[in-house]
Design a protein around this ligand. Structure first.
Ligand SMILES: Nc1nc2c(c(=O)[nH]1)N[C@H]1C(S)=C(S)[C@@H](COP(=O)(O)O)O[C@H]1N2
Ligand SMILES: [Mo]
Length: 488
């Protein structure tokens, strides 16, 4: 009963804190704030493990774990609170301070972001004290269970109403944002780029998502601007409408995550519409001493890109459109960077808010601080998509197919090897530029038995994709993708 009192009062406290936050400052909600702080503090190895084993479920799992920890502490507080008054104060105080500390530690936090957590904790403490009083009987008298249960039901009802309210407020806000995005009319590109073969791009709904954001940032276009500052002759601040008035380019570009394992799914190709970055930077007069551009997002992510890379002629851009639509909210609405040829963590900051020209000496971006390479060109790679690993196939001609990529360098050839046989050239389908993956296929005369299939690519510099296995950390995985199939 006392454990239940602890659980219910904590539930009410958290729900009210979340409701307060949802209505005012969504990032100040205790669950999301603690989750964000945990993500930032998590060692890289654990993060990699989570991305690998849980994929996009890593965030719900993290929130569930936080919920369980809070529940356990709350139950213990309830049990202890029946004996020691101090526990009734200490338990909620610890949880409330943890939530408040996490909230103010978040990027772009305000001092008043402590309010939801502290208010929730105070309410939880008072509620627990009240519930425990319903539970304690004067000496010699039996505990009046019904009186306690009635009080408990009241608290449970309050918690349900408050959490329902928090969910509703968040949903309404999400709908408003989605509507603002749907209302945008993107201009056509002044420079539309090469035609894109059908089947080359990844539909937006299937495009992988990798980021540290527990909730997708909620950006109000009216209040949004992008600032360019630091080591430039002239600083700049532009609105979304200003960006749409600049001449836009549209380019198919394959984005790759450095955390992608050999054969992994964290890559996708889209046609990106945006403002080319090089002419914009040149027009502002970048100091010759500035060697790093640090992009910041509204949720405090920092992504550093070499200035020389951005000015070397590639189509780095401030993207506003993805596959003919405004950027989806989870892919960086309203504006993100896209730098072809670099892994996403080194050139493709989402939910942009500022660009700062600085030096690598002076500033380490988020992932670089955590040990990832500061210079991060995408490594030449290839993947077998068909057949699937461990597929059971009929003997005869089997089409083996997949993609190969070497952004900026381009793919020269792709070869397939069956078991210990010779490497055989695969057929390459037309690709629009060196910045996208190339689709390849190979007709294999499959004989009965177990077989292994391997693929390797050669880029247009003549370099063969590295055979040696390397982990994604610190600069991207290498190795030949090999699968086992059985033919009967
Ligand atoms: N603001 C922000 N931008 C970010 C990230 C992030 O965590 N926060 N992750 C980066 C990484 S690691 C990758 S691989 C790409 C992924 O972009 P996508 O989610 O649109 O596929 O976004 C990059 N931009
Ligand atoms: Mo990534």
């Amino acid at each position: 009963m006392r454990a239940l009192a602890g659980l219910l009062s904590a539930g009410l406290g958290v729900a009210v804190a979340e409701l307060l936050a949802a209505a005012t400052r969504p990032a100040a909600g205790p669950l999301v704030a603690v989750g964000g702080a945990v993500i930032d503090a998590t060692p890289t190895a654990v993060k990699e493990f989570a991305v690998r084993e849980l994929g996009t479920h890593d965030k719900p799992v993290l929130l569930a774990v936080i919920g369980l920890v809070v529940a356990a502490l709350a139950a213990v507080t309830g049990i202890a609170g029946g004996r020691w008054r101090a526990a009734v104060i200490a338990g909620p105080a610890i949880l409330g301070l943890a939530g408040a500390a996490a909230a103010v530690s978040r990027p772009a936090a305000q001092a008043y972001d402590v309010v939801p957590s502290l208010a929730g904790a105070t309410l939880a403490g008072v509620t627990l004290w009240w519930l425990l009083r319903r539970h304690r009987a004067p000496s010699g008298v039996r505990v009046d269970r019904r009186r306690f249960l009635r009080a408990a039901a009241l608290v449970a009802g309050g918690a349900v109403v408050a959490s329902g309210g928090a969910v509703t407020v968040r949903r309404v806000a999400a709908r408003t944002r989605a509507q603002a995005r749907a209302d945008i009319r993107l201009p056509v590109a002044a420079d539309p780029g090469p035609p894109v073969p059908p089947g080359l791009v990844t539909p937006n709904r299937d495009f992988y998502r990798v980021d540290t954001a527990l909730t997708v940032p909620r950006i109000d276009l009216d209040g949004w601007s992008l600032r360019v500052r630091g080591m430039v002759d002239r600083e700049l601040e532009v609105s979304f409408a200003d960006l749409l008035e600049m001449p836009l380019i549209e380019r198919p570009i394959t984005m790759t995550c450095v955390s992608n394992e050999v054969g992994g799914p964290y890559m996708g190709t889209a046609t990106w519409l945006g403002v080319p970055l090089a002419p914009l930077l040149r027009s502002l007069g970048v100091s010759s001493r500035a060697d790093q551009l640090v992009a910041r997002s509204v949720d405090g992510m920092t992504i550093g890109t070499p200035v020389a890379t951005l000015l070397d002629g590639r189509d780095a851009m401030l993207a506003v459109g993805m596959n003919g639509e405004p950027l989806p909210l989870e892919h960086g609405f309203p504006v993100r960077m896209v730098t072809p040829g670099l892994y996403g963590y080194a050139g493709s900051c989402k939910w942009l808010t500022s660009l700062e020209l600085t030096t690598f000496d002076r500033f380490d971006a988020y992932w670089v601080e955590r040990g990832w390479a500061a210079e991060a060109p995408v490594k030449t790679g290839s993947r077998i998509d068909k057949p699937r690993p461990f597929a059971r196939l009929d003997s005869g001609v089997v089409t083996v197919a997949g993609v190969a990529w070497a952004q900026q360098r381009g793919i020269a050839s792709v070869e397939v090897r069956v078991d210990d046989g010779p490497w055989a050239k695969a057929e390459l389908l037309p690709a629009p530029s060196v910045d996208t993956w190339v689709q390849w296929r190979y007709s294999w005369k499959a004989a009965a038995g177990p077989h292994s299939l391997a693929v390797r690519a050669t880029d247009r510099t003549g370099a063969v994709q590295a055979e040696e296995r390397a982990t994604p950390f610190p600069s991207g995985a290498t190795g030949w993708h090999t699968i086992s199939v059985s033919v009967s």
